[in-house]
Write a protein that binds this ligand. Structure first.
Ligand code: ZN
Length: 87
């Protein structure tokens, strides 16, 4: 794997120069960078899990709200009916 320090891009293909900036590429990546690449999947996965949790929470909340709205609507209808009967 090659890396352009200027663009901070990794290339799996072999290039003589960086295709983006035409700068020199470092031939071997540092261990530190290797860790970054290997661990990059984990934060992304964690993030998408958090997103899923957040979406689920929002959907649950929306369901609660619409249930509550239905109840309120029914209460209003009942009050109206009572009002009609009392006239
Ligand atoms: Zn570059």
């Amino acid at each position: 794997m090659q890396r352009c320090n200027k663009c901070d891009i990794y290339y799996f293909d072999q290039f003589a120069l960086c295709p983006v900036c035409k700068g020199f590429l470092t031939k071997d990546i540092l261990d530190k960078d290797k860790d970054v690449i290997e661990n990059i999947g984990n934060p992304l996965e964690k993030m998408s899990n958090q997103m899923r949790e957040a979406i689920k929470t929002i959907e649950d909340r929306q369901r609660d709200i619409s249930e509550h709205a239905k109840k309120l609507k029914k209460q209003i209808e009942d009050l109206r009916k009572n009002d009609e009967n009392n006239k």
